[in-house]
Write a protein that binds this ligand. Sequence first.
Ligand code: HEC
Length: 152
Amino acid sequence: MNFKTFLGTLALTTALAIPAIADEDPAIAARQGQFKLFSHNFGVVGGMAQGRIDYDAAMAQTAADNLFHLTRVNQTRLWPEGTDAQSAERTRALPAIWDDLDDFVAKFAALQGAVENLQSVAGSGLDELRAGVGQVGQACQACHEVYRAESS
Ligand code: HEC
């Protein structure tokens, strides 16, 4: 192989290496997108609870309704084996999730319950909203503490 052929081979190898990155499991990006939507809506009610945004019953209700529907998305295809932070790139999902899936599912169910409560109180006044937001925030945190890495 002369030098030119070698360079050609090198370029080809590099070109072939790029799709390998794109090959990463789309479930990872999908579940991260889901969490971004959680935050985008939780930020509205959280901001009202903290006094950073003026309380607005209709706006609070819409955010809580969105969270309700978002947390009803079936999770089955978002957490395939082999997509933990030790086996895959660009994910903060800890392997512990797959060691104790029942507990992970229970923590997700706790979030669903807290969000259902938030949905029923969000439009009823700031004090009611605050209590509901606190409960949801705790459910987010309880799962992150055990199952989400600090950084990827
Ligand atoms: C049952 C567990 C669980 C619950 C409940 C949970 N999360 Fe997460 N969250 C995770 C895991 C695991 C990741 C890491 C996902 C990954 O990187 O693949 C994550 C990632 C995130 C991210 C980063 C997304 C990104 O761009 O990479 C945000 C933001 C987030 N969660 C917000 C929330 C909010 C807000 C709530 C509550 C309303 C919540 N989460 C509830 C487990 C949970």
